[in-house]
Write a protein of this length. Structure first.
Lengths: 275, 275
DNA sequence: CGCGTCCGTTGATCAAAGTCAAGGTACGCT
DNA sequence: AGCGTACCTTGACTTTGATCAACGGACGCG
């Protein structure tokens, strides 16, 4: 459990990046977001430690410079704050620099549906491009930072820099393939498999960001996990228990210690699906 | 039931478009596809009746001309033929001109997962952009035609024509939002709701193409519907029965006559979801 | 420090959909 | 025409996970 806590701290540390001055704190989200106190700083892909995971992959230094000029600011976001809301016009895409975000929709019957969780290096707001307004809302489940990318300017730059264009298309396409995996999960996996996929996916993403792949601190509740995986919160809880009893995990509420990552990954593949 | 058959015939008619000469029949898919006899013709967006649904939306006539130059051919595809296979490198995207297509993946445990069904005006192969090779296979469930769009050339043209760029990005983004709807469906709807969504979606798409929104001829088996919706084929069959007993449908195997579209659409929204 | 709230756990019960099995129907092929 | 196969339907039974309910621990706040 001490290690789990260490994992947590590590996750939080990603946002520490010394070489930027804070520009004046700014009330960004006006009336509709009374609790917002988003600090903004000049963003820089040049020195961002996520530049090999994010939009700038493969860009030459001068091209990254152009991209930097376009991304005017980096925003600090506190837990519980929204970066955008469903229905609002699309002005920016948001690149996650640090923290942990949830994208969700609320249907007119008032039921929430979580579309995904987003970590460092991932892009939020792509589903808004089709209609020009955000389909989902995005909220921080942990303190973090996002880079604000003006969409129109990005499209213009994308026309100038083929490598950037290619990368942008890749990102859009990968969002599609990721959704296809989730569709497979939702349509044909048992509760146990779903949770195994969920954990191994988180594990891999944390690992990519340089954190422990086995010591996870979950930023979301059991209910949110269940919502995302098509399960009830009780089933999520019981399934965590089951995986713990089988010796695959140590579960201490939101601190998850993966004891047997191999076995978890195998559960992901093996076809004891239903249909 | 006669009307259902009429619907079917109508669907097939879309591929009749008199003003193109058939170029020589061509063995397109070489060794791996022994049954292929794909005839190809010069494609033309200019005169395509789907130009307001497809990639050329909003383009000026001269811009459509440029797009035409790039899309070198239109291919006839017979029922059961593949247009591409998972694992093959991405050379082309395919715009459906007519017919009915299924995109699916087979995981290494041999289980098929259907990602979607594609009708006229829709684009196949978008999930290949991320990795550069096709993630899924695409097969015709009915005779039809597809336009072959060289992806590299498309990216180049997209850089030249902002309107085309915008439209391409919209299409990619809409694929994402469509997948999100399916995720919601898979994660939180009852069998009855799933089928209602499935039918109303098909109905709307047929309608958009100019066909009857109430008289559907399904090109896929119960098993394929179930696979897509996260149900077994038996449940699909029973649920069709239930909807028929409730007076919403007439079901004659694959001929579906929608008796109460309004009611079907309402089932789609109402929140007797589970979690 | 003590209280209240939120979140997670656990148990008992129930229902929806999966599984297994047995026909039935349409359609293509010889 | 007759046969065979693939697909669909229907029934009986089982199972997984949802639902309802009670409780317990952690944390924040007065």
């Amino acid at each position: 459990m001490e290690t789990a806590v260490a994992g947590l701290i590590q996750i939080k540390n990603i946002e520490l990046c010394a070489d930027y001055d804070f520009v004046m704190p700014l009330e960004h989200m006006s009336a509709s977001e009374p609790s917002s106190k988003l600090k903004t700083v000049k963003a820089s892909c040049q020195t961002c430690r996520l530049r090999d995971l994010c939009l700038p992959i493969g860009l030459a230094p001068d091209e990254i410079g152009k991209l930097d000029k376009l991304i005017n600011r980096r925003q600090r976001v506190r837990t519980g704050q929204h970066i955008f809301r469903a229905g609002k016009p699309l002005h920016f895409l948001y690149a996650v620099r640090s923290g942990f975000f949830k994208a969700y929709e609320v249907s007119n019957d008032g039921i929430e549906q979580i579309n995904g969780f987003y970590l460092g290096g991932e892009l939020l707001g792509l589903d808004a491009i089709g209609s020009g307004s955000h389909q989902c809302s995005a909220v921080a489940l942990d303190d973090g930072e996002v880079c604000e990318i003006p969409f129109d300017a990005l499209e213009t730059l994308v026309r100038e820099i083929p490598t950037l264009q290619r990368q942008f298309h890749r990102i859009l396409s990968r969002e599609i393939t990721a959704d296809h995996s989730i569709m497979k999960l939702l349509g044909s996996m048992s509760a146990e498999q779903k949770l195994a996929v969920f954990l191994t996916s988180l594990s891999a993403r944390f690992n990519m960001l340089g954190y422990s792949p086995t010591s996870l601190f979950l930023k979301m509740s059991r209910e949110e996990i269940g919502n995302y995986l098509g399960l009830t919160l009780e089933t999520v809880s019981r399934t965590f228990r089951k995986l713990q009893d089988d010796g695959l995990l140590d579960v201490q509420r939101r601190h998850i210690q993966i004891r047997d990552l191999k076995a978890l990954q195998q559960m992901t593949e093996i076809g004891h699906c239903n249909h």
